[in-house]
Design a protein around this ligand. Structure first.
Ligand code: 9RB
Ligand code: ZN
Length: 377
């Protein structure tokens, strides 16, 4: 069965305005105006590579739509939605909440569509129209918390789609795997006490949000054990990441036995990203994909929905995204021309400091395992 793919041109119209990377421009401070890191090109170029490479012919387009108030309010406060609505009507738009997440006039409807695209991918997978699906969306979502946007995110696209799957489609258990290089704090916070949603975030230690995503953040109450964090040291490459997948992520998802797997797919752990210091190659991202697809095949008939998050190198991200989509479709159309350059560097093999972090997480999960499903007799 085919792989679904959702993208809409309006995602390129989400306007993060002029900035100096992630700081507001300020000539007096020497901050020469440039673009925001979260600018349209990276994702637009990924989409264009999907089309120009011909991979689009092997994907089933999933139409997007705007998420409704009701869908957004399952995870966000009415105050947050109202603030976004009000600012979206201003001539110059506003900010999602933390001062570094700007959006232009009309940004509400684009943010609604990003969440709606992930919802539609979930519905396509659950309906069996496609085996799995990838939503290439902007703005991203995984930092957004109930009452605020954060870290370039307005609404938590993945959390909204998870709640849709549960409340509307009756899906009981969902595993969220977040391989964006930043901690998936927003998604984690929304399901922190929920035993039916496993959140696993693998990220570079202490990048964003600051001091978030430590090994000891393991969920609370009935959800104790259902949050897992793997904060890897800077410089981690495919070896360290795949060790974490094999020792922690895959066993945890397998033990949890989800009915659906949702991936927060960022490419900012890539070896050429300006916002982090990891070394993952496009083959690494394909290998993450293979592992997620395989464990989902064991647990839930391969039902996987991926939602795009970060990734800020406009020339490299398209090849990482293509590698993931090639793995999903099983169709290889193009090699990554950057692969030789990146793989020629040292640092890809598992290093002792990385193995130590993974061992610490393994020990933590052994003490507090996610609750396995109650099997009906
Ligand atoms: C600033 C701070 C950030 C904010 C967001 C990201 C990446 C988000 C992403 C990275 C660094 C802090 C400007 C903290 O890609 N998520 O997936 N930095 N934010 N303090 N200041 C002044
Ligand atoms: Zn990120």
């Amino acid at each position: 069965m085919a792989t679904g793919y959702a993208y809409h041109e309006v995602f390129g119209w989400h306007d993060t305005s002029s900035a100096t990377g992630l700081l507001p421009s300020d000539p007096a401070a020497g901050l020469q105006p440039y673009s925001h890191f979260e600018h349209p090109d990276t994702k637009r170029r990924m989409h264009e590579l999907v089309v120009v490479s011909g991979l689009i012919d092997h994907l089933v387009r999933v139409p997007t739509r705007e998420a409704t108030d009701e869908e957004i309010l399952r995870v966000h406060s009415p105050e947050h939605l109202e603030r976004i609505r009000t600012q979206s009507e201003l001539p110059k738009g506003g900010d999602a909440g933390d001062g570094i997440s700007p959006f232009g006039r009309g940004g509400l409807s684009i943010a609604r569509r990003a969440a709606g695209a992930v919802i539609e991918c979930v519905d396509a997978v659950l309906a069996g129209t496609v085996a799995d699906a990838y939503a290439l969306v902007r703005p991203p979502g995984h930092h957004a918390v109930a009452d605020s946007g954060m870290g370039f995110c307005i609404f938590n696209n993945v959390a909204i789609a998870v709640e849709h799957a549960r409340t509307v489609r009756g899906v009981e258990r969902i595993a969220v795997v977040d391989w964006d290089v930043h901690h998936g704090n927003g998604t984690q916070s929304m399901f922190y006490a929920d035993p039916d949603v496993l959140t696993v975030s693998i990220h570079q230690d202490n990048v964003f949000p600051p001091r978030s995503g430590a090994v000891d953040e393991r969920g609370e109450g009935a959800g104790r054990g259902c949050a897992i964090n793997i904060p890897l040291p800077p410089g981690t490459g495919d070896g360290g990441y795949l060790h974490a997948f094999d020792e922690v992520i895959v066993p945890a998802v397998r033990a949890f036995r989800p009915d659906l797997v949702v991936v927060s797919s960022g490419f900012d752990a890539g070896g050429m990203d300006p916002l982090a210091r990891q070394m993952v190659t496009s083959e690494g991202f394909a290998a993450f994909t293979r592992r997620v697809l395989d464990v989902a095949a064991e647990c839930c008939a391969g039902r996987v929905v991926m939602a795009h998050e970060g990734g800020y190198n406009p020339v490299f991200v398209p090849f990482c995204g293509l590698a993931v989509l090639q793995e999903m479709t099983g169709v290889h159309v193009l090699d990554d021309p950057f692969h030789a350059l990146l793989s020629g560097m040292t640092g890809h093999d598992l290093k002792p400091a990385e193995a130590d972090v993974v061992a610490e997480v393994v020990a933590s999960v052994a003490r507090d395992a996610p609750r396995p499903p109650v099997l009906s007799t």
